[in-house]
Design a protein around this ligand. Structure first.
Ligand SMILES: [Zn+2]
Length: 211
């Protein structure tokens, strides 16, 4: 199944222990797939300039490649969350293989950065009952979204359309820390802030939005 802007309500009801929307009527920004040389620093600069905090759902092997960028995310007061070691589909793996994609990430963050990882987002948004049971065992919270920005299509008009249509007070927005959208990331974020201002919506900090 491929989700459009948000996963279907029936899936949200079945997996009601997952986080599907932001709490406290504040928008949460999330960035998937980094860190990357193409985008991480630009995103961090933007967030700093606008006094915003975000969750970065990083890929473990990108952290291994770019530990200095991961360190900068943490120094900026943002949250690093688990998006697996290799960004492979968990639904095509055994239980053991899935665990091997998840726990080494947490160990890496603890050992290298003393960062406790609490949140998880499955690659491509794909999960099953087994994923849920593993996350429960690991005491991790799965954070989905209700607004996919489509930034990875590298077309600002598509991002604007998504934001215009779906931005609301409990949005968890997915952007990407990736070369695919690095041309439009600042413009996408700027537009999101402008629209939030127009609608009188506020942005929240990760820990408050994920209660
Ligand atoms: Zn991803």
């Amino acid at each position: 199944m491929r989700y459009k802007y948000h996963p279907p309500i029936v899936v949200q009801k079945l997996f009601n222990n997952f986080i599907w929307e932001s709490s406290g009527n504040k928008i949460l920004l999330t960035f998937d797939d980094g860190p990357t040389e193409a985008a991480t620093l630009r995103i961090l600069n933007f967030l700093r300039a606008n006094k915003l905090k975000a969750v970065f759902f990083c890929v473990g092997n990108n952290i291994v490649l770019y530990p200095a960028l991961a360190a900068k995310i943490i120094e900026g007061g943002h949250v690093i969350a688990n998006h697996t070691m290799n960004h492979k589909l968990l639904t095509k793996m055994s239980r053991e293989e899935s665990i091997d994609e998840i726990t080494p990430f947490n160990n890496l963050l603890k050992e290298k950065f003393n960062h406790n990882v609490k949140y998880f987002r499955p690659p491509h948004g794909r999960f099953n009952l087994r994923t849920n049971s593993i996350l429960n065992e690991l005491n991790m919270k799965c954070v989905m979204w209700n607004l996919l920005s489509f930034d990875y299509e590298n077309n600002i008009e598509k991002v604007k359309y998504a934001i215009d249509k779906y931005l609301n007070e409990n949005s968890i927005i997915v952007f990407h820390d990736s070369i695919k959208c690095s041309d439009i990331i600042e413009e996408s974020l700027n537009y999101t802030i402008e629209q939030a201002d127009k609608k009188g919506l506020k942005f929240g900090e990760p820990e408050d939005c994920l209660k």
